[in-house]
Design a protein. Structure first.
Length: 195
């Protein structure tokens, strides 16, 4: 049986509220920020075990202690930024292969700043593979532990699959893919030897 809070979350989302706004309304009404976050996640269709894992990772209880009544919107924005309300999207076979190639490319970068890593992780979870490709295509592997040839080859293969799938951002993908192919053909830059 649905709780009253979960029913309220469903009603708010069905009325067109964004998850952040639904959370803020429920948290302001109940004062229970953790339960409000849980209700919004469940109403979005996020599986209960995943919700509990996300709540623990986001530290909602500790986070709520940092905010005060009247700051529910701000708290909701923070929760949204860490991906609490991201609805996972299942991928088909092509999408799974694109994600694998993009993950390979990310690993070959030799490190990604935490904000970019979070953004990439969120895009993977939401099935936003074109956006993930474009985000990675703007990176240049330049750290010592980077593997540039692997990075550009994986990105090129992912871009090819994205073009086959079509989509609204086809022109942008084509431009990024052309750059990836050019960099793949150039090969890795000469690294200075030890002095």
């Amino acid at each position: 049986m649905e709780s009253a809070l979960l029913r309220s979350a469903h009603e708010l989302l069905e009325a067109g509220h964004a998850p952040v706004a639904a959370f803020a309304d429920l948290a302001a009404e109940t004062g229970d920020w953790n339960a409000s976050a849980r209700a919004v996640c469940l109403a979005l269709g996020i599986p209960a075990p995943d919700v509990e894992q996300r709540l623990g990772r986001a530290g909602v209880a500790a986070l709520a202690a940092e905010f005060h009544p009247g700051e529910e919107d701000l708290c909701g924005e923070v929760l949204d930024t860490v991906g609490l309300f991201d609805v996972p999207r299942p991928l088909d076979e092509r999408g799974t292969e694109i994600k694998r190639l993009l993950s390979t490319a990310a690993g070959a970068l030799g490190g990604i700043p935490s904000g970019h890593a979070l953004s990439l992780s969120r895009r993977f979870a939401k099935g936003e593979l074109t956006e993930a490709f474009l985000l990675l295509a703007r990176k240049v592997p330049h750290r010592e532990r980077a593997r540039p040839a692997e990075f550009w080859a994986a990105l090129s293969a992912a871009g090819d699959l994205l073009l086959q799938a079509g989509g609204d951002e086809r022109d942008e993908v084509e431009r990024a893919l052309a750059d990836c192919r050019r960099r793949t053909a150039e090969g890795p830059p000469d690294r200075p030897g030890p002095t």
